[in-house]
Write a protein that binds this ligand. Sequence first.
Ligand SMILES: O=P(O)(O)OC[C@H]1O[C@@H](O)[C@H](O)[C@@H](O)[C@@H]1O
Length: 297
Amino acid sequence: MGHSAAVWDYKAATEITKDCDGFYKVLLRNPRGSSAKVCLHGGQVTSWRNEQGEELLFTSSKAIFKPPKAVRGGIHICFPQFGNCGSLDQHGFARSKIWTIDDDPPPLNPDDFHGKSFIDLLLKPSDEDLKCWPHSFENVNGKPFSFSFSYHTYLSVSDISEVRIEGLETIDYLDNLCRKERFTEQGDAITFESEVDRVYLSTPNVVAVLDHEKKRTYLIRKEGVPDVVVWNPWEKKSKAMVDFGDDEYKQMLCVDGAAIEKPMTLKPGEEWTGKVELSVVPSTFCSEYFDVQSSGF
Ligand SMILES: O=P(O)(O)OC[C@H]1O[C@@H](O)[C@H](O)[C@@H](O)[C@@H]1O
């Protein structure tokens, strides 16, 4: 299974560092000043900074940097299971494994990657993984298998009460707080006043998260991942999480591109690609967000 991350407009300079938390990370820098970090533990994206050096992904101040647990924040790769719907640990095992750098990645489409810095990470199943989930990801000779997937993305926001999501109006969702019952979102943008844990189904391919106080808008463009998870634990659940500060729910919002409702099935030799592209623009541009060119990774 492969996973790649890219930063706009940078001529192929990446740097592998052992960070202060002891994890090997790949730093991707852009000459205009933006950067991203990807950690080999979990294939997790742990940082994304804009040209002003502001961190755009949330990481908890209480995060525990102790494998195999995923670090609370950044972007987790949830595979081959989302949540607890299956026999595996919550959100599957991909986020708790050590990924490797693919030194010989498949050729890229030059139009997609021209002038960008990128890294390709690989996860290969170990014998131990095959015992609890008996499918080789490369699936050359195996049997068909199904999986769900999510880019579990912790966005950093100024204040959750100042945030709204556009693009999910009138979409059906499964409410994880009501035994996955199906509801339909109303016509207004989504705002936050209490715990939210929902899977929006077959959504449009662009969703915007507007941070009113910061006057900035995250754009989430996705392909191959039909669903969108929206999660904020709010006060009570925050207090119950050991690796999360009591008030930190105010500074984060998870919005994940995901494939959950209809698990993906691959026959031997078939491939699946899921893609999420994150960018950030000043909110003054948000009315044009479907075709704005912005800085991102
Ligand atoms: O604590 P975890 O395993 O990282 O999961 C955090 C949350 O992740 C969200 O994606 C789920 O919808 C929530 O139900 C879950 O609580």
